[in-house]
Design a binder for this molecule. Structure first.
Ligand SMILES: NC(=O)c1ccc[n+]([C@@H]2O[C@H](COP(=O)([O-])OP(=O)(O)OC[C@H]3O[C@@H](n4cnc5c(N)ncnc54)[C@H](O)[C@@H]3O)[C@@H](O)[C@H]2O)c1
Length: 421
């Protein structure tokens, strides 16, 4: 009997299965956790509602949770990021209920979240905190079942910390994003590579010689800026934090306000977690043919309502992920992937190798919640440092890389204060 689902077409399952297996080959840390989970069943009897990008890597995570004994249901954390073949395969081959269709409208997106909540989870697993937010706003009666949650991304952690500060958060949440083995690799190398991949797949533009404007110089945008530079682009960075701005200057980038950058940029990409980083007055001075996109969590980094208001008529869909807006003065501005995460909408999201570590954190965070929820308050916690270090060690081992060990003499030296010059 097929499990409950709402996916594009179950017939897509065979292709999805191959791609899930392909990702699995590059997820050795998660594989080791899955093998241990299969034996120990640390999540036995635990219902998990996961609201994550439905990708091949996520499929490997939910498979791991299932191997640990959990009863998992999956819904999308973004209306455009679902890989329909993966959703189909999870239902058909793994018997995991999935509610996710690429391109679903906002109404369906929220209905899907509700269906995941109907599962009466003990643990929520979020990417952007939509599930936690829906639960607190609309389904508070379900909160008593919940022992804790986990959160994947920067924006979600910011929202959850705001909830905790307001004393609105009613269960503990582990901020997976705050693990070093998550944001140092996933946000920087994963978003860096896959964002460029998304822009190239959507436009087929050459980066060499073009001026690329990167909004922000945090973990994600640093990765994007360095990859664009590597492809031969002239990269300009915009920032609001003087330290990050300074770091970008010392890393060899031009740094200036968005209004200045807007006049000279060819390709614009934001990844800040902020609102209207590219606003109407910026788009007013952009060159014709400018390409504008976002790789931050929400589609609010580019002021799309302002762009629509500035444009004459409806945009033309000139390529699958390119909407071309005609300005009153004849300029054309190209918006990619409706301003949503371009790396997940127009490409496949992060490569499996980095998601291996992010999702190892997710799996171990879920186990940690089961083991320790009674000791945790309604706060946002980081993944314990030992877990973070263990994941890094396992990843290095899997890559065949060894490192040195502190000697007894060095441990003693590093823990004393008497010895100096
Ligand atoms: N595309 C993906 O797959 C992916 C992956 C991980 C994280 N994210 C999302 O990307 C966003 C950034 O995450 P991060 O980990 O890099 O965060 P971060 O906090 O490390 O960096 C954000 C940077 O943006 C800067 N900033 C804020 N407002 C700005 C503005 N108006 N103009 C210019 N700079 C501004 C901040 O000063 C900061 O340096 C978040 O929304 C996060 O959830 C996306």
């Amino acid at each position: 009997m097929t499990v409950e689902h709402d996916v594009k077409s179950i017939d897509l399952a065979p292709g999805g299965r191959f791609r899930i297996e392909w990702a699995e080959q590059d997820m050795p840390v998660l594989r080791q956790i899955r093998e241990r989970f299969e034996n120990e069943k640390p999540l036995k009897g635990i219902r998990i509602a996961a609201c994550l990008h439905v990708t091949t890597e996520t499929a490997n995570l939910v498979w791991t949770l299932q191997a640990g004994g959990a009863d998992v249901v999956l819904t999308a954390s973004n209306p455009l990021s679902t890989q329909d073949d993966v959703a189909a395969s999870l239902v058909a081959n793994f018997e995991i209920p999935v509610f996710a269709i690429k391109g679903e409208d906002d109404k369906t997106y929220y209905e899907h979240l509700q269906r995941a909540l109907d599962h009466k989870p003990h643990i929520t697993m979020d990417d952007g905190a939509d599930l936690v937010s829906e639960l607190h706003k609309g389904r508070p009666e379900l909160i008593n079942n919940i022992i804790g949650g986990t959160e994947e991304t920067t924006t979600g952690v910011i929202r959850l910390r705001a909830m905790a500060a307001d004393k609105a958060l009613r269960f503990p949440v582990i901020a997976v994003n705050d693990s070093m083995t998550k944001h140092m690799f996933d946000n920087r190398y994963g978003t860096g590579q896959s964002t460029i991949d998304g822009i190239i797949r959507a436009t087929n533009l050459l980066f060499a010689g073009r001026t690329v404007v990167v909004g922000g110089y945090g973990w994600c945008s640093r990765g994007i800026a360095s990859r664009a530079k590597g492809l031969g682009a002239n990269v300009i960075v915009t920032e609001v934090d003087p330290l990050k701005g300074l770091e970008a200057v010392m890393d060899g980038f031009r740094v200036m306000p968005m209004l200045e950058a807007a006049k000279v940029g060819d390709i614009f990409v934001t990844s800040t977690g902020d609102l209207n980083v590219i606003d109407g007055h910026h788009m007013e001075v952009m060159k014709t043919g400018a390409v504008v996109c976002n790789s931050g969590h929400f589609n609010s980094e580019i002021n799309i309502p302002a762009l629509k208001a500035m444009a004459v008529g409806e945009p033309r869909k000139v390529r699958p992920f390119v909407d071309q807006f005609m300005m009153k003065d004849g300029r054309k501005i190209n918006l990619l992937a409706e301003g949503r995460l371009v790396n997940l909408s127009a490409a496949e999201g992060h490569p499996a190798s980095v998601m291996d570590m992010s999702f190892a954190n997710q799996a171990l965070a879920a186990e940690y919640v089961v083991l320790h929820h009674k000791e945790l308050a309604n706060q946002v916690y980081t993944v314990p440092e030992e877990i973070d270090h263990d994941i890094a060690r396992l990843k290095l081992e899997a890559m065949g890389v060894s490192i040195d060990k502190l000697t007894e003499e060095q441990i003693k030296y590093l823990n004393q204060w008497q010895e100096g010059t």
